[in-house]
Write a protein that binds this ligand. Structure first.
Ligand code: FES
Length: 123
């Protein structure tokens, strides 16, 4: 069902954890399955210096969280905000159709954590 890249990120997920006193934070859920995730951002000089997450979801959600946080790290806020579920799925080399909503949860978490950062820092 899953390709090798997805399974590799699922077995060895990158950037798992939390950030104390994050610059941006969000907790989101998937309306489709009820799974949830939390995302924490550390922003320095307009760039995402660090990003961590806790995902309570399926293999596709964990793999999407892992690769998306790799993609976000080092990007400007605007660049990170432009990442979509299609970018995440492409980076993973594809997901089964019925698992696309899992990558949407990760896209939602990125956007919501950035929105939290912007609202707290007047950006
Ligand atoms: Fe819920 Fe994948 S089935 S996030």
């Amino acid at each position: 069902m899953y390709n090798e890249k997805v399974l590799e990120h699922f077995k060895n997920p990158h950037n798992v954890g939390t950030i104390e006193d994050p610059d941006g934070f969000a907790e989101v859920g998937s309306s489709e399955c009820g799974d949830t995730m939390k995302m924490y951002l550390r922003v320095k000089n307009g760039r995402i210096e660090d990003v961590r997450y806790q995902t309570y979801g399926c293999c596709a959600a964990i793999a999407s969280s892992s690769i998306a946080t790799d993609m976000v790290k080092g990007k400007t806020i605007d660049e990170a905000d432009a990442i979509t579920k299609a970018d995440i799925v492409e980076a993973l080399g594809g997901l089964p159709e019925k698992k696309i909503h899992c990558s949407l949860m990760v896209e939602d978490a990125i956007h919501a954590a950035i929105a939290d950062y912007r609202s707290k820092h007047n950006k």
